[in-house]
Design a protein around this ligand. Structure first.
Ligand code: 5GP
Ligand code: ZN
Length: 118
C-alpha cells in the first residue's frame, strides 16, 4: 500500500488522524466529512494513495469499480433511500483540496444541503 507522508487521508487510513468511520475493508475506507455539506456527507477513498482521478490508470481500475459499487450500499445504509449525489473533484479547476482520490457521497433532504446542483 502506498502511503504518502504528508497526506491527511493516508494518515486517516493509518489511524494517525481520527475520523468517524463509515466503512472499511482491505481496499477502501469511508468516513464522515469534517465539514458536511448535506445531512449525510461522507468520503470514500482507496487505501492505496493516488493523487486524483486524473492520475488513475489500469492499476486502479479494480478498486475504482469496487468503490463505485460500494457507494449505493453505503448510501442506503446511511439512510439515503431517496437518493444521493456522488462527486469526485479533480485538480485545481475541479475544486480538489485534498490530493488523495476521494468520492463525496451526499444525501438527506435537499432543502438542508449547503451546495446546489450544477
Ligand atoms: P475536495 O475539495 O478535495 O474534493 O474535498 C476535500 C474534503 O475533505 C472537504 O469536503 C473537507 O471538508 C474534507 N476534509 C478535509 N480534511 C479532513 C479531515 O481531516 N477529516 C475529514 N473527515 N474530512 C476532511
Ligand atoms: Zn494519501
Amino acid at each position: 500500500m502506498n502511503s504518502h507522508d504528508n497526506c491527511i487521508f493516508c494518515k486517516i487510513v493509518a489511524g494517525q488522524i481520527p475520523s468517524r468511520k463509515v466503512y472499511e475493508d482491505d481496499d477502501m475506507m469511508a468516513f464522515h466529512d469534517i465539514h458536511p455539506k448535506a445531512p449525510v456527507h461522507f468520503l470514500l477513498i482507496p487505501k492505496s494513495h493516488v493523487d486524483s482521478l486524473a492520475e488513475c490508470g489500469p492499476a486502479e481500475g479494480e478498486v475504482l469499480a469496487r468503490m463505485m459499487l460500494k457507494v449505493p450500499e453505503l448510501a442506503r445504509a446511511a439512510g439515503c433511500g431517496n437518493g444521493f449525489r456522488t462527486v469526485i473533484n479533480t485538480g485545481p479547476d475541479g475544486g480538489q483540496e485534498v490530493y488523495h482520490l476521494h468520492v463525496h457521497v451526499l444525501g438527506g433532504p435537499r432543502n438542508q444541503w449547503k451546495v446546489s446542483l450544477p
